[in-house]
Design a protein around this ligand. Structure first.
Ligand code: TXA
Ligand code: MG
Length: 336
């Protein structure tokens, strides 16, 4: 694996050219995006795409998102695109919104896991867009973590999960948002959210007049669901517990647990952390910082061999909806 630090060395352009060439010749490159780091390969190269699945240990029935650097490329990749989808791409691309559409025939089934649809996204990150442009390829990329591990928001997280199974790591900025993109189904008359993210249902309703969520519903509904959502994601090694309620009552419960087990950690607001005796604490100011720190916190606590990570519940609004979606999976829905 070749590592390039684009922040400090004077090699921004040459590193991107090197990585773009690796993509062109069928290699696998980890790169930053504003949501999480991605692990990319040329969409048209089935062997390269298979390397991503092998490196991650990803189930073959879980399709990859295709990343583009030019909005108009949506027309090359998809067909029968509704007007409201173009309204959304005008407003939110580049940005944390992936749109599932009917695929054009040339897209290999290795990318779409045999589906007739393809998820498309235009990331808002200079390294990601330069890599796509310089490679001259569409880049298929899942998050750059081993399947089941918390998603990577820093190059360091990518390096912790992979060694020589991947060819290049481009280390640039930490992911500004810190949670994966919103995935919507764009094949109907309005957006159906398959995975919540920074583009919220309120934002979709504002632009399109109407939107629905499908990720909380059972798997047997007729509406198409995102295959990835059925797998247990985002799991650290530690047990994760969610705590909610009035601050002093939460603090009481946490302190009771701490009396029995000193090897616990807390991810919470300052207000709650101050009232507890827990020593290993990561706090945030507001919901956006919480989203940004969440996966990093899970990984940091794992490195410290923490047994139980307690996370304070978030309001289900703004990006809180997306954090709670990931948090409930990490916790297996368990509450303190
Ligand atoms: O923010 C993101 O979306 C990041 C960065 C790297 O772009 N990527 C990411 O990829 O999170 P991944 O593979 O970890 O998650 C992609 C999700 C999975 O749940 C997958 O099942 C779903 O998108 N997906 C991909 N193609 C789909 C399709 N054709 N139909 C339905 N769901 C699809
Ligand atoms: Mg992922």
């Amino acid at each position: 694996m070749k590592y390039f630090n684009l922040k400090t060395e004077n090699n921004f352009n040459s590193a991107i050219l090197y990585a773009a060439n690796v993509i062109k010749i069928g290699g696998v490159v980890a790169f930053p995006t504003e949501t999480v780091y991605g692990l990319g390969a040329d969409v048209l190269n089935e062997e390269a795409v298979k390397k991503i699945f092998a490196a991650k240990g990803r189930q073959a029935d879980n399709p990859l998102i295709v990343h583009i650097a030019d909005k108009n490329d949506i027309f090359k990749l998809a067909k029968n695109i509704p007007d409201w989808v173009i309204g959304l791409t005008d407003k939110y691309w580049p940005g944390p919104l992936s749109i599932v559409l009917e695929k054009q025939d040339f897209i290999p089934s290795a990318v779409t896991a045999g589906l007739e649809s393809v998820a498309i996204r235009m990331p808002d990150n200079i390294v990601a867009s330069e890599l796509i442009k310089k490679s001259g390829c569409f880049i298929a990329a899942p998050s750059a973590n081993k399947s089941g591990r918390p998603s990577p928001t820093k190059a360091q997280h990518v390096m912790a999960d992979f060694k020589d199974e991947i060819d290049v790591v481009l280390d640039y900025d930490n992911s500004a948002i810190g949670l994966e993109s919103t995935v919507i189904d764009g094949r109907g008359n309005y957006p159906i959210i398959l995975r919540p993210g920074a583009v919220t249902i309120e934002m979709l309703i504002e632009t399109c007049g109407y939107a629905e969520s499908a990720y909380n519903k059972s798997l047997d509904i007729k509406k198409p669901l995102s295959p990835g959502m059925k797998y247990t994601h985002y799991k650290p090694k530690a047990e994760v517990l969610i705590v909610y309620g009035e601050t002093s009552l939460m603090a009481e419960k946490i302190n009771d647990l701490y009396k029995k087990n000193k090897n616990i950690a807390l991810f919470s607001s300052d207000k709650l952390a101050e009232k507890t005796k827990v020593q290993k604490v990561i706090t945030y100011q507001g919901i956006n910082e919480a989203a940004n720190l969440f996966y990093d916190a899970l990984r940091l606590f794992d490195e410290q061999n923490i047994e139980i990570i307690i996370c304070e519940e978030f309001d289900y609004k703004d990006i809180g909806e997306a954090i709670m979606n990931r948090l409930k999976k990490a916790a297996g829905e368990k509450y303190l």
